[in-house]
Write a protein that binds this ligand. Structure first.
Ligand code: ATP
Ligand code: MG
Length: 886
C-alpha cells in the first residue's frame, strides 16, 4: 500500500468517526520559542490542551510534518528513525477518552485492507501501558489482546508530559512483531527494532506541578477535561504494510536511495540479515543520504534557508552530511544534489504539490549550499595537501593538531575528513592536540560571553530607572514636543555644560533606535539648562534613554523638561520607513511570499532593505518594483497604525514573523490597502509625502539574502538630478543625444581597444626590425656567434623573448650561436638567453647561462631561459657575464 494511500485511509477513518481534518502546520515551530521544528502532531494544538484557547471542534485528525533533530544520529542505524517524518494523529479535546482511542486505533490497525483498514495481523500486535494503568489494560483485554502481549512499562517510556506544569498522563504504545528474522523475541522491552512501535496513544488525564524533570513531578489531580493525543508514524506503518525492512525503503524514500546507490556504484542491501544494527556501513550511508535529501527538500519548502544558526543551521548540517556521505561512498563528479533532489521532489509531490510548484526556489537554495560546501572542501583540501607534504618532507608521520584545528576553524573542514585524507597519505593526525584546541576555543568563547554579560554592569542602573516610575511613555507617534520631568541621570546627580549624560524622562517624543529605524535627534530644555540629544536607545523594554550633551546650564534629576525632536530628520526617517514597507510588499508581489524581510535600515532620506531570496533579482524586476512603488505613492494612500491582537493581525494578513507568544498585542501599520505589516516605527501620514523612491542597487549580503538600497523624497530627486546633469555633460562631450551616450561610449571603448592592439603590433615590428642588424653584428667569441644587447626602454617581457628568438633565427644555422638580451623595467633588470642547435651541440645551455649570470635566479631549458630581479644598473654586467661564460 502506497504511503499516500495509507495517509488517505487514516484521515478517512477518523473523519468518518466525527473528526475534523486539520492541515499540517509548517515545519518551523514559530509559536514555540523552545522548539526549532514541529516534532509531533499535537504541537499545533497545544493552546487547546493548555486551556488557553477553546478548540472549534471536539475531535480533530491530521497528518503533521515533523522533524526530530535528536534522531539525526539514529538515521540509518535503526530501522525506524527519520529526521523528517509524518505523524498521523487523532485528537480529542474533552470528548472521547481511553476506551474510544484504543477502539479507534485497533479498528484501523486490524480492519482488512479491502474494507479500508490496514489489515495488520491482530496476533502480532503488542501494547505497552503505564505501570498502574489498569484501566487501559482492561480495555485492551476487552478489545481482544491477550495478557501476555500487554506489557507494563515505567515513566520513561509510558508517561507523557511536556516537562512543564500542566496536563500529563500515561500512554499506551502499539507495537508490531516483525518476526524472528528481525531480532530477539520477548516483546518490546527486549528488542525495539523487531517489535516496531508504530502508534502512541497519550491519555491526558492528570495535572502535574513541581516538575523537576520529565520523570520527577507531582500529580495534583485529574483534569476536568480529559484529552487524547495520538501519533502514528506514517513511514513506520508504511514500512510494515509495504513489507520492507525499514522506513528508508518505502515508496517515498527508496527511489532517492536507489539513485544514490546507482551514482556511487554501490549495491544496496549487502547485509545478510534483516537486523538493522547489522547493516553494512555503505547501506547506512545510503539511508542517511536518502533521509537527509528528503528532509532538506521539505525544510526548504517550508521557508527555511541554510545559515549558521537555528533552523538554518540544522538544514545546513543535513545538506552537508548528505553531500559528504556521497563523497565517502566514492562520488567525485561535482554536485550530487541536482541528481538527487529531483527524485525526492517526485517522491513527495503527490502529497505535497508545493515541492514541485516551488522547486525552482527550493533547488536554488539546496544547490547553492552544495556549491559553497564543495568550495570549502576544495579550499581545505589544498591547505591539507600542503600540510601533508610539509609533514612528510620533515620525515614526520603525524599531522599537527593545530593544522587540523585551523582547517576546522577557518575552512569548516570536518575532522573526520582530515583524518581520512591524512590516512590515505599514510599519516596519522594528532587528534588529542586537535581536541585540546577545540576545548580551549570553547572555553574562550564561554569566558567571552560571560565577560560580555558582566561588562554590562549598567543593566542594574537601567533596571532601577525602570522600577522607579514604571515604563517611560513614548508619545512620539502623535506629537513631536512634550513637557515632562527628568526622572534620572542614570547614576549622576548633576551634569554641567559640556558633560555627556544619559537622561531618562517620564515621557518622551524621542524615538529610540529599533526595528532598523534610527533614533530621533533634537533638544531638551530643562529648568536651568539645555541638552542636545545625540542618540536614543531602549536598553530594556519600556525604558527610553537619551544620550545627550549639555549645551548650556545644568541638569538635575527632577527638573522639568521640554523635549523637542528635530522634525525634519524625523520626517525624512519616517519617509524612509514607509518606503521600506512598500518595497517589502512589492518585492513579495513580484518574487513571492518567501521574499520576507531579513533586516533594514531607515535613515533620513535613505534606506536599506535586506530580504530572503535565493538569487539575484533581475534588473527588469527591480525596475518593475520601483515603478510599482512609485505608482502607490501617487495613489496618495492613507497610512494608518492600530493596535490589535496577534491573532487578528495574522488573520488580516499583516506581514510579520509571528514569533511572540499567543495573545500578545501588536501594532499594525497599513498603507491603504496595499501593505500591512507589524511595526513599532514611525511613518508618514499619506503615501504621497514620500515624493519619490529611487532604488540604487541590489546586491548579495550572504547566502540567500539580498539587499536593496534606495533613496526617498528630496534625496531621491537630487540623485536623479545629478545623474541627469552627468548624462547631459556626456552627451555634450560626445556630441550625441542623451539616449545614445551609452552606445557611443561602448563604441569609443572598442575603438580604443583596437588602437591599443594595433600599437602593440607596431611596437613589436619595430623591435623585431632591429633583429636583422643585430644578427649580422654577431661577434665571434671562441668560435661562437654571440649577440649581447639591451632592448629599447619600454619593451615588454613578451617582446624581449620574441626578439631573442628572432635574432637567433637569423644567424646561420651551422654557426653555434648564443643571443642574450637584457631589459629594464620598474628599476629591475631582466635577462633572456637563447642558444641555437649548433650551440647546444657545443654543450651550451641557455638555462645554465642565465643561472650563471644571475647567481641562480632564473630558469628555463637549454634553448631558451630567462631570469631577473637584480637592480637595473646591473643590465650591462649580465651581458658580460654571459659572454664570459662562453
Ligand atoms: P522511538 O522510541 O521509536 O524513538 P518515540 O517514543 O520517540 O519512538 P513518539 O514520541 O511516541 O515516538 O512519537 C509517536 C510516533 O511517531 C511513534 O510511535 C512513531 O511511529 C513515530 N516516530 C517517532 N519518531 C520517529 C522518527 N524519528 N521517524 C519516524 N517516525 C517516528
Ligand atoms: Mg524517539
Amino acid at each position: 500500500m502506497r504511503t499516500a494511500e495509507i495517509k488517505r485511509r487514516f484521515l478517512n477513518h477518523f473523519e468518518t468517526n466525527g473528526h475534523t481534518v486539520v492541515p499540517s502546520a509548517p515545519l518551523p515551530a514559530i509559536a514555540d520559542p523552545n522548539l526549532l521544528f514541529i516534532n509531533a502532531g499535537m504541537v499545533q494544538f497545544v493552546p487547546f490542551f493548555l486551556g488557553q484557547r477553546t478548540p472549534p471542534y471536539a475531535r480533530a485528525t491530521s497528518v503533521q510534518k515533523c522533524i526530530r533533530t535528536p534522531d539525526i544520529d539514529e538515521v540509518g542505524k535503526t530501522s525506524r528513525h527519520g529526521t523528517f517524518f509524518q505523524m498521523n494523529g487523532n485528537f480529542s479535546f474533552g470528548d472521547y477518552f481511553k476506551e474510544g482511542a484504543i477502539k479507534l486505533a485497533w479498528e484501523l490497525s486490524t480492519k482488512p485492507v479491502d474494507q479500508g483498514g490496514f489489515g495488520l495481523d491482530p496476533e502480532k500486535i503488542w501494547a505497552t501501558v503505564y505501570l498502574d494503568d489498569d484501566e487501559a489494560i482492561g480495555i485492551w483485554k476487552r478489545t481482544g489482546l491477550p495478557a501476555e502481549r500487554i506489557v507494563r512499562r515505567g515513566k520513561k517510556d509510558n508517561f507523557w508530559s511536556m516537562g512543564i506544569p500542566g496536563p500529563a498522563g500515561p500512554c499506551s504504545e502499539l507495537y508490531y512483531d516483525r518476526g524472528d528474522a528481525y531480532g530477539k523475541s520477548g516483546g518490546p522491552e527486549v528488542d525495539e527494532d523487531r517489535y516496531l512501535e508504530y502508534w502512541n496513544l497519550v491519555f491526558m488525564q492528570h495535572e502535574i506541578t513541581n516538575v523537576k524533570s520529565k520523570e520527577v513531578f507531582d500529580i495534583v489531580g485529574d483534569l476536568p477535561n480529559k484529552n487524547i493525543d495520538t501519533g502514528m508514524g506514517l513511514e513506520r506503518i508504511a514500512s510494515l504494510l509495504q513489507g520492507v525492512d525499514n522506513l528508508y525503503e518505502i515508496d517515498e524514500v527508496k527511489p532517492i536511495l536507489a539513485k544514490a546507490a546507482e551514482l556511487t556504484g554501490k549495491r544496496y542491501g549487502q547485509a545478510v540479515s534483516h537486523v538493522a544494527a547489522e547493516s553494512h556501513p555503505d547501506d547506512v550511508r545510503l539511508r542517511v543520504i536518502a533521509d537527509h535529501v528528503r528532509t532538506a527538500l521539505m525544510v526548504i519548502s517550508d521557508g527555511v534557508i541554510p545559515s549558521n544558526e537555528g533552523r538554518g543551521y540544522v538544514l545546513r548540517r543535513i545538506l552537508r552530511r548528505a553531500i559528504r556521505s556521497m563523497r565517502l561512498l566514492g562520488w567525485q563528479e561535482g554536485p550530487a544534489l541536482p541528481l538527487l533532489l529531483p527524485i525526492a521532489r517526485d517522491c513527495m509531490a503527490p502529497s505535497y504539490p508545493e515541492v514541485a510548484e516551488e522547486y525552482d526556489r527550493i533547488s536554488q537554495y539546496a544547490y547553492g549550499e552544495e556549491e559553497r560546501f564543495l568550495q570549502t572542501l576544495n579550499a581545505g583540501t589544498t591547505i591539507l595537501d600542503l600540510a601533508v607534504t610539509e609533514t612528510k618532507a620533515t620525515g614526520g608521520r603525524l599531522l599537527a593538531g593545530d593544522k587540523a584545528f585551523q582547517l576546522h576553524d577557518t575552512y569548516g573542514f570536518p575532522i573526520d575528513l582530515t583524518l581520512e585524507i591524512a590516512a590515505e597519505q599514510g599519516l596519522a593526525v594528532d587528534e588529542d592536540g586537535f581536541r585540546r584546541l577545540m576545548a580551549e576555543q570553547r572555553a574562550n568563547a564561554k569566558a567571552d560571553a560571560k565577560a560580555r554579560k558582566t561588562g554590562h554592569a549598567d543593566l542594574s542602573v537601567y533596571r532601577a530607572a525602570l522600577e522607579d516610575g514604571g515604563p517611560v511613555e513614548f508619545t512620539g507617534y502623535r506629537e513631536t514636543v512634550r513637557e515632562s520631568r527628568v526622572r534620572s541621570l542614570l547614576g549622576a546627580k548633576v551634569a554641567g555644560e559640556g558633560d555627556e549624560v544619559s537622561l531618562v524622562l517620564d515621557a518622551t517624543p524621542f524615538y529610540a533606535e529599533s526595528g532598523g529605524q534610527l533614533a530621533d535627534s533634537g533638544f531638551i530644555t530643562l529648568g536651568g539648562g539645555r541638552v542636545e540629544v545625540l542618540d536614543v536607545q531602549s536598553p530594556l523594554p519600556g525604558l527610553i534613554v537619551h544620550r545627550a550633551r549639555v549645551v548650556a546650564g545644568e541638569v538635575h534629576p527632577g527638573d522639568t523638561a521640554f523635549a523637542e525632536i528635530d522634525i525634519d530628520r524625523r520626517r525624512a526617517v519616517s519617509r524612509a520607513h514607509t518606503a521600506t514597507h512598500l518595497i517589502h510588499q512589492t518585492m513579495r508581489n513580484f518574487l513571492g511570499e518567501s521574499a520576507t524581510q531579513a533586516g533594514s535600515l531607515n535613515a533620513p532620506g535613505r534606506l536599506r532593505f535586506d530580504f530572503n531570496t535565493p538569487a539575484a533579482v533581475p534588473a527588469s524586476v527591480l525596475h518593475d518594483v520601483e515603478q510599482q512603488v512609485n505608482e502607490v505613492l501617487l495613489r496618495d494612500l492613507t497610512v494608518h497604525a492600530f493596535i490589535t491582537s496577534q491573532e487578528e493581525a495574522r488573520k488580516i494578513g499583516a506581514m510579520a514573523l509571528f514569533g511572540e507568544k499567543y495573545g500578545d498585542e501588536v501594532r499594525v501599520v497599513e498603507v491603504g490597502d496595499y501593505a500591512r505589516e507589524l511595526c513599532g516605527g514611525t511613518h508618514v501620514e499619506r503615501s504621497a509625502q514620500l515624493g519619490l523612491v529611487k532604488i540604487l542597487s541590489e546586491a548579495s549580503v550572504g547566502s540567500g539574502v539580498r539587499r536593496v538600497e534606495a533613496l526617498v523624497g528630496l534625496d531621491a530627486f537630487s540623485h536623479l538630478a545629478r545623474e541627469h546633469l552627468l548624462v547631459s555633460r556626456l552627451a555634450e562631450l560626445f556630441r550625441v543625444p542623451g539616449d545614445q551616450v551609452a552606445d557611443r561610449v561602448e563604441q569609443t571603448v572598442a575603438q580604443l581597444r583596437d588602437a591599443e592592439r594595433e600599437l602593440e603590433k607596431l611596437r613589436t615590428q619595430v623591435v623585431l626590425a632591429g633583429a636583422g642588424a643585430l644578427a649580422e653584428g654577431a661577434r665571434d667569441v671562441h668560435g661562437i656567434a654571440f649577440v649581447g644587447t639591451e632592448a629599447p626602454e619600454g619593451t615588454s617581457a613578451n617582446e624581449v623573448r620574441t626578439l631573442v628568438q628572432e635574432i637567433r633565427g637569423r644567424i646561420p644555422a651551422d654557426r653555434p650561436a648564443v643571443v642574450a638580451v637584457t631589459a629594464r623595467a620598474g628599476g629591475k633588470a631582466s635577462l633572456v638567453v637563447a642558444v641555437n642547435a649548433a650551440g647546444k651541440d657545443r654543450g651550451l645551455k641557455a638555462g645554465d647561462l642565465v643561472k650563471g649570470a644571475l647567481s641562480g635566479r632564473g630558469g628555463g631549458n637549454a634553448d631558451l631561459a630567462q631570469g631577473g630581479g637584480v637592480p637595473a644598473a646591473e643590465a650591462p654586467n649580465l651581458l658580460t657575464a654571459v659572454e664570459k661564460a662562453l
